[in-house]
Design a protein around this ligand. Structure first.
Ligand code: NAI
Length: 334
């Protein structure tokens, strides 16, 4: 039995968490959940949205599954997600993006991986008021963070038989900051002669991704571009409801979907749990529960391919509960 920290989040978080926990239990995953709440609801009771107990739990268990947490826009507390990634030094955000059989999209040969730097850039949260009509935000890029994220990307490419890594920047404009990111990417690329290295400006990348996504393999990006391009890529494979992710540090990993708390569909039994489920499947592989991971993966893909129990975001009419039960029914069908 392995203890894993579980953050149910808010918005649609608790609904999709319930679904995923139920599926993992039915599949026989050997997991004991250490449930830790965080976010707006916690502020009232505990004074801050990310209490120390959450960090302590993850540091102790080394692995967490996290549903989305709302961040107030334009005011209020700092993002729990950003804080968590920073405090635990989860420097790599890994977001595989691959077509799923049965989900109709414009392209059927997308198979790329986003490696997003997770600790700095504009997410350093350094903003200041100059005067009533002028504000500034500081973009922080360091050699240390740029080296390790590029090393992570090339190492990932090598281990997973990927052929190419493309470093993404806006170094024509941000000559110093993105220039440093590229300098590090080039340096790391030299150590991996078997992996093709390319560079692209982020605007051009976006255009090419919506025309020829099959041309891309592993993308390595600074934090903000990585965030935006992740959502674009989610759109290529069927939307945010199916886009999985993981935040990885030196010895800690927090698995979470790309999407947010989707307040527009909260509490309606409409949310698609697939993105969180795929993140949980990767988590199961990470903790060496491969058999159960594959069993769930098969059941999920079978359910999607059957097209009889899809959630609204995938063009179906099923509720979260109906989709969840369909996956559970497919667990033992080979
Ligand atoms: P969002 O990702 O929550 O929603 C964007 C759109 O996608 C909405 O129309 C939503 O209904 C849909 N969607 C997202 N996930 C879905 C799912 N599983 N099934 C079906 N439809 C789904 O992005 P938004 O609205 O910009 O952000 C809402 C909140 O989430 C904000 O407070 C934001 O800061 C937070 N957020 C949290 C993240 C995290 O916890 N890692 C990541 C991104 C945003």
């Amino acid at each position: 039995m392995r203890t894993v920290t579980l953050i149910p989040g808010d918005g649609i978080g608790p609904e999709i968490t319930e679904s995923v926990v139920k599926i993992l239990k039915s599949a026989g995953a050997e997991i004991e959940w250490d449930i830790q709440t965080a976010g707006a609801d916690v502020v009232e009771a505990e004074g801050k949205p990310l209490p120390d107990r959450v960090i302590t739990s993850i540091k102790h268990n080394k692995v967490a599954l996290k549903a989305p947490v709302t961040t107030p826009i334009g005011k209020g507390f700092r993002s729990v997600n950003v804080q968590l990634r920073k405090e635990l030094d989860l420097y790599a955000n890994l977001r595989p993006c691959k077509n799923i059989n049965g989900i109709k999209t414009r392209f059927d040969n997308v198979n790329l991986v986003i490696v997003r730097e997770n600790t700095e850039d504009l997410y350093a949260g350094i903003e200041r008021k100059i005067d009533e009509d002028k504000y500034e935000a500081i973009k922080v890029i360091t050699r240390n963070a740029s080296m390790r994220i590029n090393e992570f990307a090339f190492e990932y490419a090598q281990k997973n038989n990927r052929k190419e890594v493309t470093a993404v920047s806006k170094a024509n404009i941000c000559k110093l900051t993105d220039g440093l990111f590229l300098e590090c990417a080039r340096k790391v690329a030299e150590k991996y002669p078997n992996i093709k290295y390319k560079e692209i400006l982020v605007d051009n990348l976006c255009m090419q991704l919506v025309q020829n996504p099959e041309n891309f393999d592993v993308l390595v990006l600074p934090n903000l571009y990585g965030d935006i391009v992740s959502d674009l890529c989610a759109g290529l494979i069927g939307g945010l409801g199916v886009a999985q992710g993981a935040n990885i540090g030196y010895d800690i990993a927090v698995f979470e979907p790309v999407h947010g708390s989707a307040p527009d569909i909260k509490g309606q039994n409409k949310a698609n749990p697939t993105a969180l489920l795929l993140s949980a499947i990767e988590m199961l592989k990470y903790i060496n529960q491969n058999d159960v991971a594959l069993k769930i993966e098969n059941a999920l893909y079978k359910t999607i391919e059957a097209h009889t129990h899809l959630t609204c975001d995938l063009g179906g009419t099923s509720t979260t509960d109906e989709f969840t039960n369909a996956i559970i029914n497919n667990l033992n069908i080979h």
